[in-house]
Design a protein around this ligand. Structure first.
Ligand code: RP5
Length: 163
């Protein structure tokens, strides 16, 4: 599919351990031809890195931020507090609570600073990328076309009868 040369998506995650899930967001954006960058940024282990990234994101050609985090999962909310760019949160499936902790942390943002919360784990990573592509598609006709083609082929792949 054709590449988007304008706004890119920034995929960030709290830990290397999140990459197994978040690489599905990368794969999905590649399929739709959306430009992206990927970084490890932890709100509690690398707070300065988080601050610098989020406060300068608007100057770096970023249209949407996808933030994956597990456990108390404060990364998406902290980033959203520092930028008015749309932030989509992916709750990583945690070892102890299977991601319910991550989901509630991301979904239950108090009013005033929104974070778009996706499903726990792999489905959330894929859908975050598709939603980010939809946002980018508002200003990018190539991405819009690619996204519509993707959805069309998904529809066509559903058989009418089970085999
Ligand atoms: C969070 O803590 C990360 O997003 C990750 O999901 C979780 C566990 O991190 P590691 O201990 O595996 O580095 O900050």
């Amino acid at each position: 599919m054709k590449k988007n040369k304008s706004l890119k998506v920034s995929i960030v995650m709290g830990s290397q351990s999140d990459y197994k899930t978040m690489q599905l967001a990368e794969k999905t954006l590649k399929k739709i031809g959306v430009s992206f960058e990927t970084k490890i940024i932890s709100a509690h282990r690398t707070p300065k890195r988080m601050y610098e990234f989020a406060s300068s994101a608007h100057k770096n050609n970023i249209g949407v931020i996808i933030a994956g985090a597990g456990g108390s999962a404060h990364l998406p909310g902290m980033i959203a507090a520092l930028t008015s760019l749309p932030v989509l949160g992916v709750p990583i499936e945690s070892k102890k609570l299977k991601g319910l902790d991550s989901l509630l942390s991301i979904a239950q943002m108090p009013k005033g600073i929104p974070v778009g919360a996706l499903a726990i784990g792999e489905d959330g990573a894929i859908n975050a990328a598709l939603l980010a592509a939809s946002i980018i598609a508002n200003t990018n006709p190539v991405v819009k076309k690619n996204l519509n083609n993707f959805r069309l082929s998904q529809t066509k792949a559903v058989k009418k009868k089970p085999e």
